[in-house]
Design a protein around this ligand. Structure first.
Ligand SMILES: [Fe+2]
Length: 183
């Protein structure tokens, strides 16, 4: 009987090793309108990579799960920390788990009624993201922020809804590390 060698994850970096690994880089240019300071945004080369995602080949069957990792580069646009675009699931009732691996940051979770919950992300942190909640990772540290994720294959991603509504909280760099600003 064959014993298979499964994919691996490096628990210090979050890097996934697998055949057919999918990778996607998100540049600053594709995040137009996400950051508050448009002047600062325009002054940074658009091809700068803000975050990268690695994931195992996508599953699609009902009941299946997907597995991936997001790596958010450190830095700011103006005084606003790098962050993911943020999304709510196409199937809004579908939940997700995030697992902090390296770096430090925040997970913003916002319900449709605007109620927001923020959790610290750090190596070893475990985050349950319930259904009906838009979510975004923010890198508040000086090194890469990496978080593993497991989500239902049928969940899908809706980026437009939350981009239109906007997240209520912006995370800004200040002398004490970060501050939260209502927007
Ligand atoms: Fe998600």
């Amino acid at each position: 009987m064959n014993v298979l060698l499964p994919p691996t994850v490096n628990y210090f970096t979050g890097h996934i090793e697998s055949e057919n690994l999918l990778t996607k880089s998100t540049t600053l240019a594709s995040l137009d309108g996400i950051f508050a300071d448009q002047k600062a945004f325009d002054a940074i080369p658009g091809d700068k990579i803000i975050y990268q995602v690695e994931m195992l080949p996508a599953q699609s069957a009902d009941g299946e799960l997907n597995f991936g990792v997001s790596h958010i580069e450190p830095g700011t646009v103006g005084n606003e920390f790098h962050m993911t675009r943020g999304h709510i699931h196409e199937r809004q009732e579908q939940a997700e788990y995030y697992f902090g691996v390296q770096g430090e940051g925040l997970l913003l979770m916002q319900k449709n009624d605007g109620e927001t919950v923020i959790e610290k992300v750090f190596p070893g942190s475990v985050h349950h993201i319930p259904g009906f909640v838009a979510h975004r990772l923010v890198n508040t540290g000086t090194t890469k922020l990496s978080a593993l994720a497991v989500w239902p294959a049928i969940a899908g991603h809706n980026y437009q809804a939350i981009q239109k509504a906007g997240f209520n909280i912006r995370v800004l760099k200040d002398k004490d590390g970060y501050s939260l600003e209502s927007s």
